[in-house]
Design a protein around this ligand. Structure first.
Ligand SMILES: *Cc1c(COP(=O)(O)O)cnc(C)c1O
Length: 363
């Protein structure tokens, strides 16, 4: 038995904290299956919490929301695309387009002409992410999007921070680049629509400095961002059970590569959760800064020396993982803890990395 448990009350509490903190409308980012929490369930909880503006990256995600009864909410597809199949889907979902290049604009106006439709769009400005968006130097091309009425009605403009979790200077520069374009549009007699820039760390690391007219929040709903004071709860854990308890002698290897050798007769509990399920796969991520790289290398060295410690809670007590985490199993040291087969095991796993085949259980 294993399942991934999501506490809906905790998610609702995070949503309330985010709303309060933002003080402006929250565009709830539900990409990647709601950061692994389940897009529909998360959307339901957030709707209950009073949110009616969602954002996704895949056109299909917008369609999925519509199919599940989210008919009146605004849905922004945060992808500038010149691909006709994607444009067709975004229009079918009656979602808000992102236009971030002359090519995307051309493809969208061609679509509108061919199908005799009108659409809503937000303009994307690339202030340093290098993914989607007009460059600030492409102001004239950007302005053209606003001149495509009635086919395209622009109701917003946004940019995406590349380092709001750690680089205040760059974040400030990016923000100013966006507001400068908005000011210029206004000076040209064009209403830019709602401006939005802040993602989770853009909101939680800088108070309300970058909230503008709306914020786009994703990971903060999972509570898994660095904002110790905010009161966000970490959402999600893997729940399983001990299926086998055995005692092996001193000097016995445990796991692939004999990553651990017992130093005494050891009681081992086996829990059927491994990295295929998403357990212990996330340390490799987030190497953004040099200090992250150092931490990572140190962790790897310690793990190689058998000194890295990962724990699982069994019956509420901490039990150490012995050796390497296996594909489908972990072996735990439960010596003297009185652990029996059937005892409950709780494993820390970020919902983003949970294998979609694992059943989600909402409490
Ligand atoms: C993912 C994403 C967000 C949300 O970012 P978080 O840091 O998870 O809150 C906002 N905007 C864009 C364009 C994104 O791709």
């Amino acid at each position: 038995m294993k399942r991934y448990v999501i506490d809906t009350a905790a998610l609702a509490s995070n949503a309330a904290i985010i709303r309060e903190r933002a003080g402006v409308p929250v565009i709830a980012v539900l990409k990647a299956d709601g950061y692994g929490m389940g897009i529909i369930k998360e959307a339901e909880i957030l709707r209950e919490a009073g949110m009616d503006f969602f954002a996704v990256t895949e056109p299909e995600e917008a369609l999925t929301l519509r199919e599940h009864g989210f008919l009146t909410q605004s849905i922004l597809v945060m992808r500038s695309t010149a691909a006709e199949d994607e444009i067709t889907k975004i229009a079918a979902a009656n979602a808000i387009f992102t236009v971030g290049s002359p090519e995307a604009l051309e493809a969208l106006t061609a679509f509108c002409t061919q199908t005799n439709t009108t659409v809503q769009a937000h303009v994307k400005l690339d202030t340093g992410m290098g993914r989607y968006g007009f460059l600030p130097t492409q102001y004239d091309q950007l302005r053209r999007v606003y001149e495509c009425r009635p086919q395209i009605t622009v109701t917003g403009i946004y940019t995406h921070f590349h380092s709001s979790f750690g680089n205040a200077k760059e974040t400030e520069r990016q923000f100013r680049a966006l507001t400068a374009v908005m000011d210029r549009l206004r000076a040209d007699g064009i209403e830019p629509g709602i401006g939005h820039a802040a993602n989770s760390s853009g909101l939680f690391c800088y108070d309300q400095k970058y909230t503008l007219d709306a914020v786009r929040i994703g990971s903060a709903f999972t509570g898994r961002i660095h904002a110790p004071e905010a009161g966000l709860q970490r959402i999600g854990y893997m729940e399983s059970q001990v299926i086998e308890v055995r005692t092996v002698p001193k000097g016995h290897p445990v796991g692939y590569g004999a990553g651990y050798i017992t130093r005494r007769p050891t009681e081992i509990a086996v829990v059927p959760v491994g990295y295929i399920d998403g357990f212990s796969v996330e340390k490799r991520r987030d190497l953004y800064r040099f200090r992250d790289l150092l931490r990572y290398v140190l962790d790897e060295v310690r793990s190689f020396l058998g000194k890295g410690k990962i724990f699982v809670r069994v019956n509420g007590k901490r039990a150490r993982v012995l050796g390497h985490v296996g594909l489908c199993h972990v072996s735990l040291d439960v010596t003297g803890m009185g652990i029996r087969p059937g005892d409950r095991a709780v494993l820390e796993v970020n919902p983003l990395y949970v294998n979609p085949n694992v059943e989600k259980h909402y409490i």
